[in-house]
Design a protein around this ligand. Structure first.
Ligand code: KIV
Ligand code: ZN
Length: 567
């Protein structure tokens, strides 16, 4: 790259609209949307859509709710022409949808275009020609007056031909292509010429493209406000914008343009289109939605829409694409996960949406909460415990969350890959010895004494360090009795410092999960976890789990089986 880029590139000159009003405007309603997936989008594909894909795309656009759809460039190729004919001849265009077709300002192409629309109940004929200096001077070698003469000639031809097909309700769309790079007075003269040739008062759309994005979106907004003031108040004129995305600011350009007076926005689903693409209509529409404005387009099943678009375009949508990408509702960062988890827990039905890191409720676009949190080496306890809770019903006490997240971190450091809820559950079961080793199948207990003096008695057998050990203990309740019995048998005190229990599942499948925070002898403080249909058995299992975790080598072979106990 150059050290002195100004020797090669220059900044776009400001418009200098000093009394601009757009910065204070608030968008309170959706613009008219035009999908150009079947024209600008299709033209940009490595492999343009075949007939079946075109039809699928058209039907998808109708289902989403587009009322204006540019269906192609019928004079460009036979398939474009045939597709348009099928739509008309097979009566596939819903009454509330208007099709649009594009033609360059060339006599023979205009004639074939109008011909291709024969029998359509209503149609928008889109005529364009480039107006910016480099195109005028270098590409076409035309003066401004020659450009105006071309517009006059072309639009008059459209008028003559459409007048000859009165069964169709016609609208003209005129695009001064390369508008954002052109002198505003030249663009305005081009628009005036088109309006006059089409006929004052007849319906016309002035479509203003950033054919190539070349400046910051505020400059485009100034350009749109300037044109809007000039033409927007005429009842028959619709101001439309057609942003591209060369600077990655297509969405911003469209939004500021709406604030500046644009009534209509052209673009493609997920931003397909020439080079860096056309404006992504999904993005702008859902941005509106998250501001409380109904976009008039339905993206409730965004994954299905994405799949159809990927099939038709044979191009993937990036996993981080706004609103639609695979990863956009997923948090890997621990602090983000923690914040999301807390906000979900605090949320009540009917609350305004206010969940950190999620600008939209994933459910509104058909995504689930399951994918919201995933665990990788950047994650913390929040995400881990969220997944165990949402998928397996475990409400881990806070200190257990911390303990278990360190276990997960060690696994992650070794394996280095993302873990899903099922992986976490496996690690959890292994770490807390929840299979087999906790085989407390038979438990017997009794009570000695009465009232305040009553003591629970537990007797049984425990395998410890490979040896069977008989246990017997008395205490205030089964946990105390069991801890004492075990302590006596293995010669190490067991101290239960904290205890939590809750139910998982409901009805006949309900089980109890117990968490104990404990020490065995002078071991470190550890957690033990037990799950059982019986509340007491869950608690005893939790103690055995803690013993196994605290007991080091002995505990590797630890087995507990409280065999048939007698009181
Ligand atoms: O990007 C563009 O300028 C176009 C015109 C034909 C509107 O696609
Ligand atoms: Zn375009």
């Amino acid at each position: 790259m150059l050290q002195q880029p100004h020797t090669k590139y220059r900044a776009f000159a400001p418009i200098g609209l000093k009394d601009r009003t757009w910065p204070d405007a608030i968008i309170t309603r959706a613009p008219i949307w035009l999908s150009t997936d079947l024209r600008d989008g299709n033209q940009a594909l490595v492999e343009p859509m075949d007939m079946a894909r075109k039809m699928q795309m058209f039907e998808l656009l109708v289902r989403i709710g587009f009322k204006e759809i540019e269906v192609g460039f019928p004079a460009a190729s036979q398939i474009e022409f045939d597709f348009l004919r099928r739509l008309i001849d097979e009566d596939r265009i819903p009454d509330d949808v208007t099709i649009q077709v594009m033609t360059p300002a060339r006599e023979e192409l205009i004639a074939r275009t109008i011909e291709s629309l024969r029998g359509a109940p209503k149609a928008i004929v889109h005529v364009y020609n480039a107006v910016a200096p480099v195109w005028r001077e270098v590409v076409f070698g035309m003066s401004v007056s020659e450009v105006m003469a071309l517009i006059e000639r072309s639009v008059s031809q459209v008028r003559r031909l459409t007048d000859a097909q009165p069964g169709t309700q016609w609208t003209l769309q005129y695009s001064p292509e390369t508008f954002s790079l052109a002198e505003l007075e030249v663009s305005a003269q081009a628009c005036e010429t088109a309006i006059a040739a089409w006929g004052e008062g007849k319906p016309i759309i002035l479509n203003l493209p950033t054919t190539v994005e070349n400046a910051t979106p505020n400059i485009f907004a100034d350009q749109i406000e300037w044109v809007s003031r000039r033409f927007g108040k005429r009842g028959n004129v619709v101001i439309s914008v057609h942003p591209h995305n060369d600077r990655g600011t297509g969405t911003a350009s469209a939004e500021l343009a709406i604030m500046a007076g644009a009534d209509r926005v052209e673009g493609c689903l997920f931003g397909n289109g020439e080079r860096t693409g056309n404006l992504d209509i999904v993005n702008v529409a859902l941005n509106l939605y998250t501001q409380g404005v109904s976009p008039g387009l339905d993206f409730s099943h965004i994954d299905d829409i994405r799949a159809t678009v990927e099939h038709c375009n044979q191009l993937p949508v990036h996993p981080r694409h706004p609103y639609a990408g695979d990863l956009v509702y997923t948090s890997f960062s621990g602090s983000h996960q923690d914040a999301i988890k807390k906000a979900f827990a605090a949320r009540k039905d009917g609350d305004l949406w206010s969940v950190p890191y999620l600008p939209i409720d994933p459910k509104d676009v058909g995504r689930s909460y399951e994918a919201v949190i995933r665990v990788n080496s950047q994650s913390g306890k929040g995400g881990i415990s969220y997944l165990l809770e949402s998928e397996y019903g475990l409400e881990l006490p806070r200190r257990l969350q911390i303990e278990f997240s360190q276990v997960v971190q060690r696994v992650m450091d070794v394996e280095g890959k993302e873990l899903d809820a099922a992986n976490l559950w496996d690690i959890f079961r292994r770490e807390y010895h929840m299979d087999g080793a906790q085989g407390l199948r038979h438990r017997a207990q009794s009570v000695e004494g009465e009232g305040d003096q009553a003591l629970t008695v537990l007797r049984g057998e425990l395998t410890w360090g490979g040896q069977p050990v008989t246990i017997e203990g008395r205490g205030n309740g089964p946990i105390d009795a069991f801890s004492r019995a075990v302590a006596e048998a293995i010669g190490q005190p067991i101290r239960v410092m904290d205890y939590h229990q809750h139910a998982i599942g409901a009805g006949a499948d309900a089980r109890s999960v117990a968490y104990v925070e404990m020490r065995m002898g002078d071991s470190r403080t550890v957690f033990g976890v037990g799950i059982d249909a019986d509340t007491t058995a869950a608690a005893l299992k939790a103690i055995v789990s803690g013993m196994q975790r605290a007991g080091g080598a002995d505990a590797q072979q630890a087995q507990s089986s409280v065999a048939e106990m007698s009181a």
